[in-house]
Design a protein around this ligand. Structure first.
Ligand code: C5P
Length: 228
């Protein structure tokens, strides 16, 4: 059985709306409610800790969903601070060796089959695992003048998705090390990689999108109405 943590303390400045994006509504629910139901509706997930902004006026105050407990804590300036804060707020019954899932509030289209596969493959791996999708485009590396000087070998490129699954203790240590070194880590796997560890990439659905722009919101609505 697995606990989950959800960083939801972002202000969504790239989205450009007054309301943080996780509280925008698609297909009859806020993004965060879709994301929560996707996790807590899975039989292997026991409960969740959500990291929120201080004095978040939008949070609905749920204490449980799908019959599972929801705890909250205060997030931090960066995503890694928020995840670390949520890891610390997990119940004491969750041991250092136990697996924890980290899932973005802004990824409402997670499918149960992907979560099942991630949990199975992550538990079989010494480091842990993340959902990821192979890159379909040709990727260019640019110089400071936006001139392409290198084409990356596409067969080795993946887009990191969430959930990402690591042991509570190992992930806590990795995030602390990254933060104290002043490193910007944009996902949990990156914090593990900095310690020389190699998380397994588990192929997930392309449509597990992170809502970042208004166009993503329309796409999420389409995906949620059609398939999830
Ligand atoms: O900004 P980005 O889209 O990468 O955010 C991914 C997730 O991390 C979102 O769910 C957002 O609310 C969360 N986050 C956070 N604390 C921050 C920044 C982002 O919990 N300081």
């Amino acid at each position: 059985m697995t606990w989950a943590v959800m960083p939801a303390a972002g202000r969504g400045t790239r989205f450009g709306s007054e309301t943080p994006k996780q509280y925008l509504e698609v297909a009859g629910r806020t993004l965060i409610e879709h994301s929560l139901r996707a996790l807590l509706g899975h039989p292997e997930v026991d409960g969740i800790v959500i990291a929120l902004s201080p004095d978040d006026p939008y949070w609905a105050g749920w204490r449980e969903m799908e019959g599972k407990p929801i705890y909250t804590c205060i997030g931090g300036a960066e995503r890694a601070d928020s995840v670390l804060s949520a890891l610390q707020a997990l119940p004491a019954t969750v041991s250092e060796d136990q697996w924890v899932l980290v899932h973005d509030a802004a990824r409402p289209c997670l499918r149960g089959v992907d979560l099942t596969r991630l949990i199975a493959m992550g538990q079989a791996d010494p480091v842990g695992a993340i959902l990821a999708a192979p890159v379909r485009d040709t990727i260019k590396r640019a110089d400071v003048q936006s001139r392409s000087h290198l084409t990356e070998a596409r067969e080795h490129l993946w887009r990191a998705l969430t959930p990402q699954m690591f042991r509570r203790g190992g992930l806590t240590r990795a995030l602390r090390a990254a933060l104290s070194a002043g490193a910007v880590v944009t996902d949990e796997a990156m914090a593990m990689e900095r310690l020389g560890l190699k998380p397994r990439l588990v192929e997930g659905s392309e449509d597990n999108i992170k809502v970042t722009t208004p166009a993503d919101l329309a796409l999420a609505e389409f995906i949620l109405k059609r398939v999830v």
